[in-house]
Write a protein that binds this ligand. Structure first.
Ligand code: NAP
Length: 246
């Protein structure tokens, strides 16, 4: 389905990003792994992907930093000569009730989750516009649709990312570039492992399909949005949440 395509996934050393990288590789795409400079997971993931029979490189860098993002794009172009798929996956949480939330925690989450995606879309748009093709997939969250007490910074960043998705879709549609978002619900990963049993139980009880999501569930939908199977789909947000939000 993706044979010979070139995909960059930010924050793909572990978690959902890694699952997306492995899934796209399983369909034949060559993969560029990005993660923060101190990540050792990124190198391990890259080796696992190469063992699947496709090509893969690691370009470490912080999505907040424009120079790092430029390097991510230029090293990918030097190695593969094109970029077909870009997944904005890097994201963090710094939870707390708004009344106690520090300005630093607000800024950090907005900078990585939203400005990071802006930096990346702006940088990857140039080669994609020249190619007159490309698929961008942003990993948002259902809380960006429904709101969530204790996550003002994270919710605002993900709601912003949904707006950015729709604007990107409109600005670049005439150049053959599609942009969609996936909004995960409760997915088992390092990000959700740290939640209290009480919070986990509340989510669990509200999920109609009666189970937490797996990283692979997100990867399946990203693969669809990254491929020609979705060639008439742009500007959409697909909830992958076991029916939690409907
Ligand atoms: P995760 O396991 O914490 O993975 C996030 C990845 O992003 C890590 O590899 C992390 O690197 C990397 N990263 C963090 N800051 C970065 C930066 N500035 N530049 C580049 N990479 C950076 O979390 P996850 O659960 O897989 O989440 C992946 C995405 O899904 C996030 O956008 C998250 O908001 C979204 N999401 C997750 C859930 C869920 O239930 N898990 C639900 C909704 C949405 P290090 O860890 O090495 O710092």
């Amino acid at each position: 389905m993706l044979k010979g395509k070139v995909a960059i996934i930010t924050g793909s050393g572990r978690g959902i990003g890694k699952a997306i990288a492995m899934k796209l590789a399983s369909y034949g795409a060559n993969i560029v792994i990005n993660d923060i400079p101190s990540s050792t997971d990124a190198d391990v993931t890259c080796e696992e992907i190469k063992a699947m029979g496709v090509d893969s490189i690691v370009v470490k860098g912080d999505v907040r930093n424009k120079e790092d993002v430029e390097k991510l794009i230029s090293e990918t172009m030097d190695k593969f000569g094109k970029i077909d798929i870009f997944v904005n996956n890097a994201g963090i949480t710094r939870d707390g009730l708004m009344i106690r939330m520090s300005e630093d925690d607000w800024d950090l989450v907005m900078d990585i989750n939203l400005k990071g995606a802006f930096n990346c879309i702006k940088a990857v748009a140039r080669p994609m516009m020249k190619q007159r093709s490309g698929a961008i997939v942003n990993i948002a969250s259902i809380v960006g649709v429904m709101g969530n007490a204790g996550q003002a910074n994270y919710v605002a960043s993900k709601a912003g990312l949904i707006g950015l998705t729709k604007t990107t879709a409109k600005e670049f549609a005439s150049r053959g570039i599609r942009c969609n978002a996936v909004a995960p619900g409760f997915i088992r990963s390092a990000m959700t492992d740290v939640l209290s049993d009480d919070v986990k139980q509340k989510y669990f009880d509200a999920i109609p399909l009666g189970k937490f999501g797996e990283t692979e569930n997100i990867a399946d939908v990203v693969a669809f949005l990254a491929s020609d199977m979705s060639k008439y789909v742009t500007g959409q947000v697909i909830n992958v949440d076991g029916g939690l939000v409907m």
